[in-house]
Design a protein around this ligand. Structure first.
Ligand code: NAD
Length: 476
């Protein structure tokens, strides 16, 4: 249900309106697509302070500068990139027809068609970015969109709904707010595509609903992104880069380093270096406006419980900065959980908060074997100057994306696809790949007048000649 001119419109009617408008208007020109994207850019520019204030309130503490960087500037990048490149992406793509028709005047091309109406479901950890970044590709491809932001960041969702309804035709982009029940209702509708960012559990639920209507899905999920610190890595520099990543959004990022694999002899040095580096970024946690709070009590308790469980099973926990956990503030220091036992829940569950694991290894092949046996992660990080080892890690592992000698760098590229693999997701967006993801690649074959199949004895009634001609085609 959404409000259009103060009238409540059920989600199914909203989809019906967008579909009728899409059919009536025909394919959107490049200029129309650019205008639609520009409207989104303009409303972000106009309302950026209001959005930052809403995210601060939603998190119970999220620095305005951080929200502007992550969600406003972070969304403007893909939107502007799509605006400035979509005309090139839209062009028909010529292909060579097969013989003998290529010699008889046939031609062929791939036409990139809009799918229609795309449903976008976002998460709380990046409440604008996770809906507006896919929207860039959705609009570039000439589609219309229904956006359902996360209910956990409800104030941001309300601002988004209001400003979009004020500034964009709901037949082009509409925002529906609500919780899991609304998400369930929407994902049961026959949209032309669904893109969802969320946990693997959400991905499964959405895919099951979409399957009933055979709606294609793009699933941007999460998981435990590992860091492999090679023996050639500079430990101090590596530790600072890991600390910077863990200090970002309170660790509540899908590509946040989760488990750091370090050579056994470097375990203590790395733990100490990460703790020191984190302390220089955040000398305190509770009451520190630079620290992003856990988004709500449920997520706070979830992460605290993972750390507690590991400690109860004998793992050492180093807290940086070394302070007691506040009972009134959801801002948390980084908890570095050292070598937790295999049965600790933190070894299998995505942390998605202010904690991380450091695990010792003897050989890189041991780590590669462990990673290969587990779920495919969204991101993988390698630190080291050993090119041979780096290439071996790249060749013998898989993940949605990789950053070498830093953390969380690759998702920011507008020129390269971002997405998961296996349980960390399917499909991807960003730049041209996003355009392709939300387009139907339709092959068009322009046949020549001449068709030699009758003259060549290839049409029924079949004779001996036909079989012999086919046998002659069976070559290696
Ligand atoms: P969430 O609770 O905000 O849920 C995400 C969306 O799914 C919401 O809009 C919600 O309403 C909807 N939803 C929830 N249950 C549903 C159901 N049963 N059926 C249909 N829709 C449903 O977010 P979350 O799931 O806690 O998100 C955190 C996860 O998202 C983490 O695993 C994180 O790694 C991942 N994530 C991935 C990316 C990425 O780009 N790959 C980005 C951010 C977060």
């Amino acid at each position: 249900m959404t409000l259009i001119n103060d009238v409540a419109v059920p989600s199914a009617d909203l989809l019906g309106r967008q579909r009728s408008a899409h059919l009536a208007a025909g394919p959107a020109s490049a200029a129309e697509r650019r205008d639609r994207i520009q409207s989104v850019i303009d409303l972000l520019v106009r309302h950026h302070e209001e959005f930052a204030a809403a995210m601060d309130a939603d998190f119970g503490g999220r620095h305005h500068g951080y929200s502007l960087m992550n969600d406003v500037v972070g969304s403007l990048g893909p939107l502007k990139h799509a605006r400035d490149n979509l005309e090139t992406w839209m062009q028909d793509d010529p292909r060579t027809p097969y013989a003998p028709y290529d010699q008889m005047g046939a031609s062929a091309y791939v036409q990139y068609q809009a799918m229609g109406s795309v449903l976008i479901l976002g998460t709380w950890n990046a409440p604008l970015f996770t809906v507006l970044s896919p929207l860039a590709g959705v609009l570039a491809a000439g589609n219309r969109a229904v956006i359902k932001p996360s209910e956990i960041t409800s104030r941001t969702a309300e601002v988004l709904q209001r400003v979009i309804s004020e500034e964009i035709d709901p037949d082009v982009v509409a925002v529906v707010t609500g919780g899991v029940d609304v998400a369930q209702e929407l994902t049961c509708l026959p949209f032309d595509h669904i893109v969802v960012t969320g946990s693997a559990a959400v991905g499964r639920a959405v895919m099951a609903n979409a399957a009933a209507n055979l709606v294609p899905v793009t699933l941007e999920l999460g998981g435990k992104s590992p860091v492999l610190v090679g023996r050639s890595a500079d430990l101090t520099a590596t530790a600072m880069k890991i600390a910077v990543a863990k200090a970002t959004n309170g660790g509540q990022i899908c590509v946040s380093p989760d488990t750091v694999h370090v050579p056994r002899e470097n375990l203590d040095a790395l733990v100490e270096a990460v703790a020191t580096a984190f302390g220089t970024l955040h000398p305190s946690a509770a009451g520190n406006a630079d620290v992003v709070s856990a988004v709500n009590d449920r997520h706070l308790d979830r992460v605290d419980a993972l750390v507690r469980d590991a400690a109860e099973r004998g793992a050492r926990v180093v807290t940086a900065p070394d302070e007691n956990l506040s009972t009134t503030d959801r801002r948390r220091p980084l908890r570095i959980v050292v070598d937790p036992p295999a049965d600790a829940a933190i070894r299998s569950e995505e942390i998605f908060g202010a904690a991380m694991i450091v695990q010792p290894y003897d050989t890189v092949d041991d780590v590669l074997a462990e990673l290969g046996a587990g779920p495919k992660p969204l991101a993988l990080y390698y630190f080291g100057d050993d090119d041979e080892e780096r290439d071996r890690v790249l060749a013998r592992s898989t993940s949605g994306g990789v950053t070498v000698n830093n953390v969380m760098m690759h998702p920011g590229m507008n020129e390269a696809p971002f997405g998961g693999v296996g349980v960390s997701g399917m499909g991807h967006y960003n730049g041209r790949e996003g355009f392709l993801q939300f387009s139907h690649a339709r092959t068009v074959f322009l046949a020549p007048d001449a068709d030699p199949r009758g003259d060549w004895g290839m049409l029924p009634p079949y004779g001996e000649h036909f079989t012999l001609a086919m046998i002659a085609q069976i070559t290696a």
